[in-house]
Design a protein around this ligand. Structure first.
Ligand code: JB3
Length: 212
C-alpha cells in the first residue's frame, strides 16, 4: 500500500517537491516547519501542520517522509534531517518526477529525489537522500554518494564518482571518469577535468581548488 507523505520544510525545494508529488498522485498530509510563524499557514495549498515534533502524531508504519530541505552549499542540514528521522524509525519516500528519464539498471536508494527533466543513464547508483535536480544529466555508470545534491542543469559524463554530502553547483560540467570526494563543493558553471579531493571547494573553467 502506498502511504501518505509528510514533507519536512516549507521553502523553495519543498514547493517543487509538492508539485511533483501532486502529479504522482501521492496523498500529502502536511508540511513540518521549524518557523512557528508559518504554522497554520499553507505551502502550495498544503497545510503547515507544526514543527518536527508533530511527526509523532503518526507512527512510522503509517506514513513516509519527504525531505523538503534543499541546499545551495554543502547539504549538512538536509543530511541532519534525514538522519534524525531515520533514527526515529521513519522511512523517506523517493520522488521521481514523471518527466525525468531514469533508464533501466539504475539503482535509486532511499529518499532519492529526481526532479523534472533530469536524465539518468544505465549503470548509475544514486545514494540515500540524494537530489538530482531539475534538468541535470548523469551519463552511464555514475555513482553519487548519499546526501549529495546535483543542482539544476549540471552534466556528469560517464563513470563520474562523487562522494557523500557533496554539492555540484548549477550548470557545472564534469568530464568522464572524474572522481570527487566527500564533502566537496563544485561551484556553479565550473568545468571539472581533474579529480577533486574530499573536503575541497573547486570553481572555474577549468575548475581549480580554492580550499583543500
Ligand atoms: O537550487 C534550487 C533549484 N533550489 C534550492 C534548493 C535546492 O535549496 C532553493 O533555491 C533553496 O535555496 C534551497 O531550498 P530550501 O531548502 O527549500 O530553502 P528555503 O527556501 O530557505 O527553505 C527552507 C525551509 O526549511 C525554511 O522555511 C526553514 O524555516 C525550514 N527549516 C529549516 N530547518 C526547517 C528546519 N524545517 C523543519 N521542519 N525542520 C528543520 O529542522
Amino acid at each position: 500500500m502506498v502511504r501518505p507523505v509528510i514533507i519536512i520544510g516549507s521553502g523553495g525545494h519543498a514547493k517543487v517537491l509538492i508539485a511533483a508529488l501532486l502529479i504522482l498522485r501521492r496523498e500529502i498530509i502536511g508540511v513540518l516547519e521549524a518557523d512557528r510563524d508559518k504554522h497554520g499557514g499553507f505551502l502550495s495549498k498544503i497545510p503547515i501542520i507544526g514543527d518536527d515534533e508533530s511527526v509523532k502524531n503518526y507512527k512510522p508504519k503509517e506514513i513516509e517522509l519527504v525531505n523538503g530541505i534543499g541546499s545551495v552549499g554543502l547539504p549538512y542540514k538536509r543530511m541532519e534531517i534525514y538522519q534524525k528521522f531515520k533514527k526515529m524509525g521513519y522511512r523517506f519516500a523517493g520522488v521521481v518526477h514523471p518527466s525525468s528519464i531514469v533508464m533501466g539498471d539504475v539503482q535509486l536508494d532511499e529518499g532519492v529525489q529526481i526532479m523534472a527533466g533530469a536524465i539518468i543513464q544505465p549503470g548509475c547508483r544514486i545514494g540515500d537522500n540524494v537530489i538530482i535536480n531539475t534538468g541535470a544529466i548523469l551519463d552511464h555508470d555514475c555513482i553519487i554518494g548519499e546526501h549529495t545534491h546535483i543542482a539544476p542543469g549540471a552534466v556528469l559524463s560517464g563513470s563520474v564518482h562523487i562522494g557523500a554530502a557533496s554539492h555540484v553547483g548549477t550548470s557545472a560540467t564534469i568530464i568522464q571518469g572524474i572522481k570527487i570526494g566527500k564533502n566537496a563543493l563544485i561551484g556553479a558553471g565550473s568545468v571539472v577535468i581533474n579529480n577533486i579531493s574530499t573536503g575541497s571547494k573547486a570553481v572555474g573553467v577549468p575548475a581549480r581548488n580554492i580550499i583543500k
